[in-house]
Each structure stands twice: as C-alpha cells, then as structure tokens.
Design a protein around this ligand. Structure first.
Ligand code: 6CS
Length: 316
C-alpha cells in the first residue's frame, strides 16, 4: 500500500529529515511505501491537517502553533518560558510525558487523528527589521505569528502588534514590509532565507518549536497489530535520529547566516533583559486559562510535572 505523508517543511529541513527516516524504516520493514509531500505541494498546514482528518492522506506533520486553533489545550506548548531549554531534557520529555502521550493524544483522537510523535525543532528566535532589547522595541512592530490564538496573546503581551499568517505568506509580507518580525528556530531562519528580509536576530529564550506527527485515526486503527508495531518502531527510529541530527544544527545555521549576511546582528538577551518578557508571560498564562478552562489547567499541571520528572531523570 502507498501511504501519503505531508510535512510543513522541505525535505532537507527538520520535519523532512524525520519523515525520510520514517519512510526508510517502513519501506525496509514492510511492503508499504511512503510518499512524502513537502510544504506547498498540498497547501498550508491547515489544509494538510484537514486532508489527514479526512483520510485523504495517512500521515501529517502538524505543529501546535497551527493545531492549537483546533485543540486549544495544545497551546500549552506555546506558553513562554514553560518548556525546558536543555535539549537533553526536551528529548526525554516528549518521549516520556504521559500528558503528551495519553492526555493530549486523546484530544487528537477526538479530531480523527492518532498522535504518533511530538518532537522539538530547536530554540525559537525573533528575527526583526529593528533591534529588539525590550518589549518597548516591539511597539508598533507587526510581528507574524503562526495562526493559533495564544500566539496572538503572547506577542500582544510582548508589546508587538501580532499578525497571524500561514507560513506561505511570511517571506513576501516581510519583503513588502507588511510585517516587521517573525519567530522561528535558527535552522529554519537559515533554510528559508528569513535573514534576507530581516536584519536582527534575538535570543529571548522564551520557547522551543514543537511539532507533532499524526496518522488518520481510522487508518491507524485499521492497521494490523504487526503494522502498528512497525509504524511505532519507525517513529522511534526517526525520533532518535532527529534528536541526534539537531545537535549543533543551531550553530551551523547561525554560522551560515553570518557568512551569507555579515551585517546581521545577533543578540542574546541577558537574564535582566529577559525579565520583562517573563513578566509578560504571566498574562499569557491567564489567557491560556481563559481559553482552555479546567481541561487546560489539568494539561498544564501534568505538563509541568512531566517536565520536572524529565529534569530529575536527566540530571539525577
Ligand atoms: O513558522 C512556520 O509557520 C513554520 N515553522 C517551522 C519551523 N516549521 C513549519 C512551520 O510552518
């Protein structure tokens, strides 16, 4: 059988590298084949999510920055200064968290999706046309965010004018100065040439980019036990690979950006400079609470307990 798998990125970007590992394992261990559809070939993230819900494609990569509009509790991943920064802790967390793999997985099921994996894609940085040292510098800056409501609240709290856009419109909007900033992990800033249309990179330490891979629910439920195990094993392989693959990727991407554009400025905010952003993050938690109620609170509590358990496991 041919399985179709849509991703939100290009084949040589993080989601693409994961998908290719997944495909390699499936094809080596079964009679099935996997066709990967890179970003743009089947539409925006909202489109590919729908295709997977309908069963027109079997697998999809769908990031909470978009899927949070469908499943509000997923916005827990977007709460600033909530996920741990240490990549080793993150690697343990996504794999072991019961909140992700049971509670959030159940919410995907309600949307006709079976959660296969969630994984980190690197620290999120801001890239802007003017330097950013404080929320005051974001005043009047139209800042592109992915389309889930909590990101609008976040950049509102950070002092900017949040502008939700699907990915396909971001480069052009920056080029035409319709927006003056956006956030993404460094590898993506490099591969998509975001640095050509922005001049300043700022490390604020407020988040890591999270993505998810899901299957159409009836498709997955209908697989033989053997195929289910094979799919899960393929995901485990791809997960380990993508964690290793990302070691040093941020530095490599940053070096390539500096080489391509020597005038780019790169600023890491100090703890003191991060303080006002941390303060603003409190209001974002309140928005999350309003959007998700009791269910969201339970997710957040479990999320933080699971993070603490991962910190303990990794650091002893
Ligand atoms: O900013 C975005 O919309 C995109 N960022 C990444 C890292 N992957 C896919 C997503 O569409």
């Amino acid at each position: 059988e041919e399985w179709k798998y849509a991703i939100e990125e290009a084949l040589d970007e993080v989601q693409g590298v994961y998908a290719q590992k997944f495909k390699e394992y499936v094809e080596a261990n079964s009679d099935h084949t996997v066709s990967i559809f890179p970003f743009g070939t089947l539409g925006e993230s909202a489109d590919t999510t729908e295709l997977a819900q309908m069963g027109a494609i079997q697998f999809v990569d769908l990031s909470p920055g978009f899927t949070g509009s469908l499943i509000p509790e997923l916005q827990v991943f977007l709460l600033p200064y909530t996920l741990p920064e240490d990549p080793a802790v993150l690697a343990d967390f996504y794999k072991t968290s019961e909140t992700i793999n049971e509670d959030l997985a159940a919410l995907y099921e309600e949307q006709s999706l079976h959660l296969i994996d969630m994984f980190p894609e690197g620290e999120v940085v801001m890239t802007t046309k003017e330097a950013v040292k404080s929320p005051a510098d974001l005043d009047g800056v139209k800042f592109r965010v992915m389309t889930t409501p909590l990101l609008v609240e976040t950049y509102d709290a950070f002092g900017a004018t949040p502008t939700p856009l699907p990915w396909g419109e971001v480069f052009g909007a920056l080029q035409l100065n319709m927006i003056q900033g956006q956030e993404n992990p460094m590898f993506f800033v490099e591969s998509t040439k975001m640095y050509e249309v922005t001049d300043h990179i700022t490390f604020t330490g407020h988040n890591t980019f999270t993505t998810a891979v899901a299957a159409n629910k009836s498709f997955y439920d209908g697989l033989s036990e053997e195929d289910k195990e094979m799919v899960n094993a393929a995901a485990d392989k791809a997960y380990d690979y993508i964690i290793e693959y990302q070691k040093g990727l941020q530095d490599k991407a940053l070096a390539a950006i500096k080489e391509a554009k020597p005038s780019i400025t790169v600023t890491t905010l100090t703890d003191e400079e991060r303080q006002p952003f941390r303060e603003a993050a409190k209001a974002v938690r309140e928005s999350y609470a309003e959007m998700t109620g009791e269910s969201g609170q339970k997710v957040l509590d479990g999320f933080e307990a699971d993070i603490a358990a991962s910190v303990e496991r990794v650091n002893g």
